[in-house]
Design a binder for this molecule. Structure first.
Ligand code: DC
Length: 210
């Protein structure tokens, strides 16, 4: 059983994917971490993120154990990850790993931008999670305030809009809903309500996975 959860930054897809995996006893992969790790490794070596060949070589050398590093979720790496994610050779390097993960029995939940369209077009369930950019920026801003980060709402909103634009406009596996994805707009939903709706989508598509 493969469940694909795609959507833009701060749509709530990561929390949702984790909750669904926990509930069903499936494994979960946050595929954004792969691109974040490539960006981190390139920055550490002082490499140019726009260099597709170097980025692909870095992706080929990725140490999967390093995906556990909590610093990967740092806000600055989101933008850098979006830059390396534009390169088709990087995406190719990371494809098989994601597909192997997806086919782990009894099931897997993957969240990202292109899971339903490119990584697992055969996924049993595809959910595309959205929310307005203002709501997403407010969520991220609140998280950062709670952590004591210096950030402004306007700055966070501009970051989100720039990243959405880059992720959706690129040629390689652009962020978009698969034709057979169910759209879930979380603008007015808290995590519990979003989880209930996502579970409803899964039950309608495949019954109650055991
Ligand atoms: O989900 P995230 O914010 O951690 O993702 C960081 C960047 O990685 C995102 O802006 C685009 C890229 N990404 C991608 O291109 N494809 C994926 N499946 C996941 C992330």
């Amino acid at each position: 059983m493969i469940i694909a959860i795609d959507g833009p930054a701060a749509s709530g897809k990561g929390t949702l994917a984790r909750r669904i995996a926990q509930h069903l006893g499936y494994i979960h992969l946050d595929t954004g971490l792969l691109y974040r790790a490539v960006a981190r490794d390139m920055k550490e070596q002082g490499l140019d993120l726009e260099d597709a060949a170097r980025a692909a070589a870095t992706a080929a050398d990725l140490d999967l154990a390093s995906l556990e590093d909590p610093d990967l979720r740092a806000p600055g790496l989101g933008d850098a990850a979006s830059v390396v994610a534009k390169h088709q050779p990087v995406r190719e390097r990371l494809l098989k790993l994601q597909q192997d993960f997806a086919h782990t029995p009894p099931g897997a939940v993957l969240d990202g931008r292109d899971i339903g369209t490119v990584v697992c077009p055969e996924a049993d369930v595809k959910i595309y999670v959205t929310a307005s950019s203002e709501v997403r920026a407010r969520r991220r801003f609140n998280e950062r305030m709670q952590r004591g980060d210096a950030a402004t709402y306007e700055g966070v909103l501009a970051d989100i809009q720039r990243r959405d634009e880059r992720d959706a406009a690129r040629d390689a596996a652009p962020m978009r809903p698969a034709a057979d994805a169910v759209l879930l707009d979380t603008s007015d939903l808290d995590i519990e309500a979003a989880f209930d709706q996502a579970l409803g989508v899964i039950h309608r598509k495949v019954g109650r996975p055991g």
